[in-house]
Design a protein around this ligand. Structure first.
Ligand code: 5GP
Ligand code: MG
Length: 194
């Protein structure tokens, strides 16, 4: 696997995103709505970088199953959401690929009486969007490769890696067969700051 973003680069990206949010919202309270499960690490770091009042709610979304690396049907569960009436909502997801997850979620959240609804993704894959919407805040643009770590999984594993790494198709195949990939890290870089 190849490191796409180091711990330091991720940390700088989160600080930059937090500054952009506060530039737009000032000290107003923000309700961060994280998308389970991939956003857990990002939400934990982002809320600690956001000066000023913050609330946190979570929703669950999934369009992947097990070892598949391309999206299927979108499932949303919104029953964990707090009341959003009058809140400045910031939806936080790990990655914008086709954009279908964020599109589906924003459509639901716009029905909940929020004062404003913004969206943030840590990563956006180049040339993959299938929707008209754009996230309001993007941490990093990355090439179209399957990435893991910093909350993102492959078949439920790898979310705990403190950096972001890309898996090659042969590694995805090997992981499907149960091989351990943790020894094969290459430090080349492929991500850009937008
Ligand atoms: P979209 O709906 O934008 O096509 O996909 C967004 C969701 O797909 C993300 O929240 C994430 O769960 C998953 N996803 C998309 N690309 C990747 C990837 O490269 N790696 C991992 N682990 N998940 C991805
Ligand atoms: Mg997801």
């Amino acid at each position: 696997m190849q490191i796409v973003l180091s711990q330091e680069e991720l940390s700088e990206g989160i600080s930059r995103l937090a500054r952009c949010i506060r530039d737009d919202l000032g000290r107003q309270p923000v309700t961060v709505v994280g998308v389970l499960t991939g956003s857990i690490v990002l939400v934990a770091d982002l809320i600690r970088s956001l000066d000023g009042p913050v609330r946190v709610g979570m929703v669950w979304a999934s369009s992947y199953r097990g070892t598949a690396t391309s999206p299927g049907r979108l499932d949303l569960r919104l029953d964990l959401l707090p009341d959003l009436t009058g809140q400045h909502v910031l939806v936080v997801d790990d990655i914008f690929d086709t954009g279908r997850t964020l599109e589906g979620l924003l459509a639901e959240l716009h029905k909940r009486g929020a004062a404003s609804v913004r969206s943030l993704v840590l990563l956006k894959k180049t040339g993959r969007a299938e929707v008209a919407i754009e996230p309001d805040y993007v941490g990093f643009e990355i090439p179209d490769r399957f990435v893991i770590g910093y909350g993102l999984d492959f078949d439920g594993g790898w979310r705990h890696l403190p950096y972001l790494a890309a898996l090659d198709p042969d590694e995805i195949e090997a992981a499907r067969c149960g091989h351990d990939l943790s020894g094969s890290v290459d430090a080349g870089r492929t991500a850009e700051t937008p």
